[in-house]
Design a protein around this ligand. Structure first.
Ligand code: AMO
Length: 430
């Protein structure tokens, strides 16, 4: 019976393994094959005079990255990976790989990210690359677990929608029978509607679509968002949930993924400490003004350059709070005593924004006013506005970019490295 390579130990006597041909070295009378599966690497040593003819025929024909099944005797071999080797009595080529390979899986040759993404199935065979996705899976697991333990209800909202959530310019129109339709930018309106439906605490982990023409290392056109919405909570309460979730996710990855972290050579992995600093928007732009030629005026967005200056000064995760109402969406609650600022926040990693959130406007009339003030037509939001007329509790929430979370956690230089099959302006396949 086939066993995983990590279970092949010198004391088991005989083993049956399947995997890819990772490396081949032929020294004449002796040949060495490294066989790799998801769990590790095994050296197969072939003394040519001592193994069956069929084994010799197979090793002559086999190419790198072919799938093979090998059975044989396990022996102690100090110099081999894992301190053991296998001397085969059978060597079956299960599926022969074509040559040349589109990508060198054994990582001897540096490869451009584009080439890697074109042959992602091969790229991800590399333990160092696979490690990113093992860690992403662990992070997603612990976040789901966190929400369930805290009594959140997991929801799934439509990705084909009739209206913009976050603003009109970043929408992908799609052909939907005879109607105008779009890919959803955020579950925002639906998670809020679920507050009127009485669910009180909801979360969703799912795709969001942004038609922004940004060709940067941190923008995707299809991203994964982790969203929550909580009734009877204000912005301060959901910020505490957010920082707690971030810390718990780092702690879990730290405790359960040490091998994968070592594989990525992630040297700057540190579990952040809560509470994160709360930096008012006006102070953030003052910090930026010290180092940036063109100062940011109240009501301007914080540019990427300013984000870096502020991030360097803060040096750890932090929140930017008390944003000008003019640059936040209509659903953000203005302060009662100064409506020029609102109860919105961004969670920042020193390198970039990770999450946005706010206490929401729950009063129907105020919401209609705010939609109109943004130059939008309240009539096209009727499906969203209706629940606000029939008993909408006060509520707050946020959306956290999963891809950026993994990118910043692992110190990856491009968000595409944290996504299996990224979608950007130039990439629609694979
Ligand atoms: P926002 O538009 O700020 O807020 O998005 C929330 C978070 O999602 C991630 N994100 C992206 N990641 C990669 N590429 C993109 N193009 C991209 N766009 C967004 C970011 C960002 O911080 N409805 C609100 C959230 C809320 O208030 O609950 C929203 O969507 O990490």
């Amino acid at each position: 019976m086939r066993i995983p390579i990590q279970s092949v130990t010198p004391d088991i006597g005989h083993a049956d393994v399947c995997g890819w041909v990772h490396e081949v070295r032929d020294l004449g009378g002796l040949a060495f094959f490294l066989i790799r599966d998801r769990t590790g690497i095994l050296q197969v040593t072939i003394p040519k005079k001592k193994v069956p003819e069929a084994v010799l025929a197979a090793i002559k024909r086999v190419s790198r990255e072919s799938v093979v099944r090998v059975t044989g005797t396990v022996k102690v071999m100090e110099k081999a990976p894992g301190g053991r080797e296998l001397v085969p009595d059978t060597f079956e080529i299960v599926n022969l790989a074509e040559t040349p390979l589109p990508l060198d899986v054994s990582e001897k040759v540096g490869v451009e990210l584009d080439t890697r993404l074109d042959a992602r199935f091969l790229d991800v065979r590399r333990p160092r690359v696979a490690a990113v996705f093992h860690i992403r899976s662990a992070a997603m697991h612990v976040m789901n677990d966190y929400f369930h333990k805290k009594g959140f209800i997991g929801i799934t909202t439509p990705k084909i929608v009739a209206a913009a959530t976050e603003g009109g310019t970043e929408l992908f129109p799609i052909a939907y029978f005879d109607k105008e339709a779009f890919l959803n930018q955020s579950p925002q309106l639906y998670k809020q509607m679920m507050m009127a439906a009485g669910f009180e605490k909801v979360y969703e982990i799912g795709p969001i679509f942004r038609a922004e023409e940004h060709n940067t290392t941190k923008h995707l056109n299809e991203a994964t968002s982790i969203d929550i919405e909580v009734s009877y909570a204000d912005h301060l309460e959901v910020m505490r949930i957010l920082e707690d979730l971030i810390v718990k996710t780092y702690e879990y990855v730290n405790a359960t993924c040490s091998d994968h972290l070592a594989n990525i050579e992630c040297t700057n992995f540190t579990v952040p400490k809560a509470p994160f600093a709360r930096l008012p928007y006006t102070e953030a732009i003052e910090i930026a003004a010290k180092k940036i030629a063109e100062p940011i005026k109240f009501g301007d967005d914080i540019s990427a350059a300013a984000e870096h200056v502020i991030g360097d000064e803060m040096g750890a995760h932090y929140f930017i709070v008390d944003w000008p109402s003019s640059i936040r969406p209509y659903y953000a609650m203005p302060y009662e005593d100064d409506p020029t600022i609102c109860k919105a926040f961004d969670l920042m990693h020193p390198r970039m924004e990770l999450s946005s959130g706010a206490q929401r406007v729950h009063q129907h009339n105020l919401l209609v006013q705010q939609i109109a003030k943004k130059g939008l037509n309240p009539e096209s939001f009727e499906f969203y506005l209706k629940p606000f007329r029939y008993g909408m509790p006060p509520h707050a929430g946020w959306g956290l970019g999963a891809d950026r979370l993994i990118m910043t956690m692992l110190g990856l230089s491009n968000v595409r490295e944290a996504v299996l099959f990224p979608r950007d302006m130039h990439r629609l396949v694979p």
